[in-house]
Design a binder for this molecule. Structure first.
Ligand SMILES: N[C@@H](CCC(=O)N[C@@H](CS)C(=O)NCC(=O)O)C(=O)O
Length: 202
C-alpha cells in the first residue's frame, strides 16, 4: 500500500494527498515534519536525505519531491495521457515551482507563520505584487478553459490549485481575476480538494 509521510498543513504534502484522493489510491499517511519531528531521524534520512516532507513508499519504491510524486502517481494510477497533454500539464507544474511558489510562500510564511512584530512587511508586499503580476498570465491562459489543460482536470491543476487556495485565503488585498476565480470555484467543488487542500492556513 502507498505510504505517505508528511504533515497535512504542508502544501507539498497536500499535493500528494489530493492526488491520491483524486486517483482513489489506497494509502496510509504518517505525520512527519515540524512539530511531529521524524524527518531528521536516521531511518527517514535514508529515504529522504533532505529531511523534508513529503516522502512516499509504494511497493518498495521510495520517492521524494512532491511534483515528481504527483507525476509518478498519475503515470501509474491515472488514465493514459498523450505526450502533449502530459507536457502541457508538466509545464504548469514547472511554472508553479519556478514562478509562482516562492512569492506566495513569502506572503504565507510572513503573515501566517511569523509573529507580527517580526514580519518583513516590505518583502511581503513585494511578493504580493509579484504574485498579482504572475497571476495575469494564468488569468489569460484560463480564458475559455475549464482547467489548466483544457476541459478536463489533470495533474497540471494540482500544484497551482493548492497554491491558489493559499492566495485566496490569505488576509490580503487581491484584484479580481474572473477566470482564475471560476477555476478555483470548480476546484472547490471537488471532494478531494475539499478534504486535503481546503484546510485552515497554519
Ligand atoms: N521541493 C520539495 C520541497 C519540500 C519541502 O520544502 N517541504 C517542507 C514542507 S512544505 C518541509 O519539509 N519543511 C520542514 C518540515 O516540515 O519539517 C517538494 O516539493 O517536495
Amino acid at each position: 500500500m502507498l505510504k505517505i509521510w508528511g504533515r497535512i498543513n504542508s502544501i507539498n504534502v497536500q499535493k500528494v494527498m489530493w492526488t491520491a484522493a483524486e486517483l482513489e489510491i489506497g494509502h496510509e499517511r504518517v505525520d512527519a515534519g515540524r512539530q511531529f519531528g521524524v524527518v531528521k531521524e536516521p531511518w527517514y534520512l535514508k529515504m529522504n536525505p533532505n529531511g523534508l516532507v513529503p516522502t512516499i513508499e509504494d511497493d518498495g519504491f521510495v520517492l521524494w519531491e512532491s511534483n515528481a510524486i504527483v507525476r509518478y502517481l498519475f503515470a501509474k494510477y491515472g488514465k493514459p495521457q498523450t505526450q502533449e497533454l502530459r507536457a502541457d500539464a508538466d509545464r504548469w507544474m514547472e511554472w508553479y515551482s519556478t514562478t509562482y511558489a516562492a512569492k506566495v510562500a513569502t506572503v504565507f510564511l510572513g503573515l501566517i507563520r511569523t509573529p507580527a512584530q517580526e514580519r518583513d512587511m516590505g518583502a511581503i508586499e513585494a511578493a504580493r505584487k509579484g504574485t498579482i503580476e504572475n497571476l495575469k498570465i494564468l488569468e489569460g491562459h484560463l480564458s475559455g478553459r475549464a482547467y489548466l489543460c483544457g476541459s478536463e482536470f489533470t495533474m497540471g491543476d494540482i500544484p497551482l490549485g493548492a497554491g491558489v487556495f493559499r492566495w485566496y485565503n490569505l488576509p490580503i488585498e487581491r484584484p479580481s481575476y474572473p477566470n482564475i476565480e471560476a477555476w478555483y470555484k470548480r476546484l472547490c467543488k471537488r471532494p478531494a480538494y475539499q478534504k486535503h487542500v481546503m484546510l485552515p492556513l497554519s
